[in-house]
Ligand binder design. Structure first.
Ligand SMILES: [Zn+2]
Length: 496
């Protein structure tokens, strides 16, 4: 049987000595020496010369909000590049003028990068966008600032999640306001297509996605039109658990490219918004953040998810939230082989990691979050140097033998950036090797979504989801590495 496509003349990741790989019907047919693999060439076989480059499995981003990635590029005002508070306001003002009468929704602002060093406030937005509702979500997604017109749509009373004077909303209040702003179906389909194109350009072929249920029809339409060129492993909001259970939808339900894995719950918020639940207070403050779901309620949901045949993915960042998750795992009777996930796992104690190993929980971590760690950076400012020095402890996780999945949470999307930080972290004791980082961003994330039988390495029989890097990163400085081509099931979806 002839191959459809043969890569030859480069390094094949995970196969020392091999220099070629053959693909047939979208799957890997053979890996080996050039002469062996070229013997599979037929009259219709395409040959892709690697010219000494590096072939590896497509990156599997272990935690993204795929629709948001697309909408950020097509619908929302992207504030992540704003270098100052006034630049962010200028971007919002420009959009308001371009689309009068419409909602203006900014995303991704990060005051820790601004000279002003303060949050946006209602009065700022009222000045920039006085005549239409305008709001802007902070980079972590847990906090929002709204102008007076947008705030008028928020029905929640003043209190824990709402500060009307400053125009600040947190957590559920953010979700509620965002739920008022639903783009049209076609805008959503376009966003899926754009996210997929963008992911391919970064070498990403699979993602663990945290979509909102209203997004699902747009994924279906995009897949039917051939616009979805990324494998989606979806974790739906835990609020949907009763419905999924009633319908009997189990892990693995879906189509060729879109699959439901489980549900996602929040144990706490984020460090940036000071809502991550800490054992000790934030630096210079009394507050310790908040636990959104405590052990009792988490355990109840967890049991329900297991009964329904669904995987649990629990967002837990602070050490106090991680404690609640570990306690909940014990209460729910989670077994070593059940393979549930903790998302982010930013500030675990060494003792917590050892207990995590014992219950077989997967660490779904984002090495790009290290951009906020180190002297003078936001994590150190919020937590102090001692706690900052043990943030995002990839080395400890690997040394414990905890399965590690790498992802980006879209801050920003792009494995090359995140891996660069994991290889060269602000606190060098947490350094990982290139092989470990590549594995966490491929095999590790595949394992975390029960996809390791089909994806994650270059064994024959697995999907030919592949990426060509410009050079062998085990021999070349990481900063020099580029994504040159991306393949999904043996079809090119990106070429530089
Ligand atoms: Zn997330």
């Amino acid at each position: 049987m002839a191959a459809d496509l043969i890569f030859e003349g480069g390094t094949i990741f995970g196969h020392p000595g091999a220099e070629a790989l053959a693909v047939r019907c979208g799957r890997i047919l053979a890996v080996g020496r050039v002469s062996e693999v070229l013997s599979l060439r037929g009259s219709n076989t395409q040959v892709f010369p690697l010219n000494g480059r590096f072939l590896m499995p497509g990156f599997f981003d272990g935690h993204v909000h795929f629709m948001k990635v697309g909408l950020d590029r097509t619908f929302f005002v992207d504030l992540s590049g704003a270098k100052s508070l006034s630049e962010a306001l200028e971007l919002l003002r420009a959009r308001a003028e371009a689309r009068p009468g419409e909602w203006v929704v900014g995303r991704g602002w990060d005051e820790s990068r601004w000279p002003e060093r303060r949050y946006l406030e209602r009065a700022d937005l009222d000045r920039a966008v006085p005549k239409q509702p305008c709001c802007a979500v902070r980079v972590d997604g847990h906090m929002m600032v709204a102008n007076t017109l947008a705030l008028a749509r928020c029905v929640r009373p003043e209190g824990e999640f709402v500060d009307r004077e400053r125009g600040h909303l947190w957590e559920e209040a953010v979700t509620e306001v965002l739920s008022l702003i639903r783009p049209e179906r076609e805008t959503l389909v376009e966003a899926v297509a754009e996210a997929s194109r963008f992911a391919a350009s970064l070498g990403i072929t699979s993602v663990a996605d945290m979509p909102s249920p209203q997004d699902l029809p747009a994924y279906q339409v995009a897949e039917r039109r051939g616009l979805l060129r990324t494998r989606i492993f979806a974790y739906l909001p835990v609020e949907l658990l009763p419905h999924l259970a009633a319908l009997g939808i189990q892990r693995g339900y879906g189509s060729a490219l879109f699959r439901i894995c489980g549900v996602k719950a929040f144990a706490d918020g984020s460090i940036g918004a000071k809502t991550a639940a800490l054992l000790e207070p934030y630096r210079g403050e009394l507050g310790r953040g908040r636990v959104l779901l405590g052990r009792g309620e988490l355990a109840r949901l967890w049991r329900k998810a297991m009964e329904a045949g669904l995987q649990m993915a629990i967002h837990a960042i602070g050490d106090r939230a991680i404690e609640e998750v570990l306690a909940a795992a014990r209460l729910a009777g989670v077994g070593f082989y059940d393979r549930h996930r903790i998302e982010h796992l930013e500030l675990p104690t060494p003792a917590q990691l050892s207990r995590m190993k014992d219950v077989g929980l997967v660490a779904s971590m984002q090495p790009n979050f290290l951009q906020w760690s180190g002297p003078g950076k936001m994590y150190e400012e919020r937590l102090g140097p001692a706690r900052d020095s043990r943030i995002d402890p990839h080395r400890w996780v690997l040394d414990q033998g905890i399965p590690l999945a790498f992802g980006s949470d879209g801050m920003p999307l792009g494995p090359l950036y995140g891996i660069g930080l994991a290889l060269n972290p602000p606190h060098p004791v947490q350094r990982v090797t290139v092989e470990e980082a590549l594995n966490a961003y491929t095999k590790g994330s595949a394992y975390a979504s029960f996809a390791e039988d089909e994806l994650g390495d270059l064994s024959p029989g697995k999907w030919a989801d592949l990426v060509v890097l410009s050079a062998d990163p085990t021999k070349t400085p990481w900063e020099k590495i580029q994504v040159e081509a991306t393949f999904l099931a043996g079809e090119m979806v990106f070429s530089r």
